[in-house]
Design a protein around this ligand. Structure first.
Ligand code: AOS
Ligand code: ZN
Ligand code: ZN
Length: 388
């Protein structure tokens, strides 16, 4: 391995990426959900698939759950099962976007009884966290309106604060809430948590255990996402990422597939803000594999994050800072781009082998026969999820 790589390997070894359970379920679009052979039929099989990704990459030691898609009778037993597979249970994601009750909103609904029902759902999510030992409750709200005049935009912010405060007050000392924003969809006129500023304002009003979740697919085209990352890290309020990539909207494609340079720029700010040593930031994927096999899709995803993280760690910050202070525009840009253009695949392959991992996890998985085995074994039925 190169000397440059050796110098950053200790930092790179801290990288942990949390996989979403729903990445292993069947997903799709509003037009069609295509099932794929080998799709998990239970929460346990989803966890087993996530553990397979971790076994091939060493990058994914935790699985995020989604309630109610990952409902089981005994979450402590599920926690033990996950541990046997070699992974931990991570973030608990709530869902107030699929019940008819929430047609006109959940935590922001004008009817206090509906708000209470949504609050009670989050209380149940916290009960799950208490059983699984999870730190984070992730709240993403589909709440919003489709037409001007449909709802009282300002009152909805007040109702949202009251609802979030009630949930926040139920969190344990070692638990957090991460509030995720999204500029549109499924609401088309206004979304009640549309941008980082709203999430920041709402979580700041709650306290230290409330943070912002940044989903990389949740911004208008052309948004400078790395600016938001730098600002939230500077403010101490970046709690988690939902990594994915998009060409047009919230496409939930493999992270880095649409714009590896944007992923690199985001990770440069992550490294600048403490990198994977920063205990405040959870690095989660939030992706759906509509047409590709799911386990290799997740392997590809975590490898993309690892590769761009490696390049970000190679950025010569001392030289860059000197060039910036000297207003050496072209020199600074060249230093920045040099890190991005550095091909780190050979070093990473060598490093993986030195740690008992396959040099090329994608090729190793393809050659393993594992996909064929699960396709032969898993006949009949699939797990609840986006498209179930
Ligand atoms: C929806 O668009 C958001 O990205 C959510 O983070 C995510 O898909 C959800 O958490 C799954 O419940
Ligand atoms: Zn998300
Ligand atoms: Zn999303």
């Amino acid at each position: 391995m190169s000397d440059r790589f050796d110098a950053i390997v200790a930092e790179l070894a801290k990288q942990k990426i949390e996989l979403p359970s729903w990445a292993f379920g069947n997903s799709g679009t509003r037009f069609k959900v295509f099932g794929t052979p080998g799709t998990p039929r239970s929460v346990e099989e989803k966890i087993a698939d996530a553990a397979t990704v971790h076994r091939y990459t060493g990058l994914a030691p935790a699985v995020a759950l989604h309630i109610p898609w990952d409902t089981v009778d005994d979450y402590s037993a599920l926690r033990d099962y996950a541990a046997e597979q070699g992974v931990a249970l991570g973030t608990v994601n709530s869902n107030t976007f699929q019940d008819d009750t929430y047609k006109f909103g959940s935590l922001t609904h004008s009817d206090p009884d509906v708000r209470q029902q949504a609050i009670d759902h989050h209380f149940r999510c916290i009960d799950v966290m208490n059983a699984t030992g999870s730190r984070d409750l992730k709240i993403w709200l589909a709440d919003g309106t489709n037409y001007p005049g449909q709802g009282d935009i300002r009152s909805r912010q007040d109702w949202l604060h009251e609802s979030l405060q009630t949930i926040y007050d139920r969190l344990g000392d070692d638990q957090r809430m991460v509030l995720e924003y999204k500029f549109f969809e499924p609401a088309f006129y206004h979304t009640d948590v549309p941008d980082w500023g709203t999430s920041y304002a709402q979580v700041s009003a709650l306290g230290d255990k409330a943070m912002v979740c940044l989903d990389t697919g949740h911004h208008a085209p052309g948004t400078n996402i790395e600016f938001i990352v730098a600002q939230l890290l500077r403010l101490g309020k970046l709690g988690s990422f939902d990594f994915n990539s998009r060409f047009y909207a919230d496409d939930d494609l493999i992270v880095g597939a649409a714009d590896p340079f944007q992923l690199f720029r985001i990770l440069v700010e992550v490294v600048r803000g403490g990198g994977y040593a920063n205990p405040d930031v959870a690095f989660m994927l939030d992706q759906c594999h509509n047409v590709e096999d799911k386990i290799p899709g997740q392997i590809r995803s975590v490898l993309n994050v690892q590769e761009m993280t490696t390049r970000a760690l190679l950025l010569d910050r001392e030289a860059l800072t000197r060039a910036q202070h000297e207003h050496d525009v072209l020199g600074a840009n060249e230093i920045f781009m040099d890190a991005f253009y550095t091909d780190v695949r050979g070093d990473l392959a060598e490093w993986r082998e030195s740690r008992g991992l396959p040099a090329n996890p994608m090729a190793a998985y393809a050659a393993s026969g594992h996909q064929q085995r699960i396709e032969n074994e898993r006949v009949g039925g699939t797990q609840a999820g986006w498209g179930a």
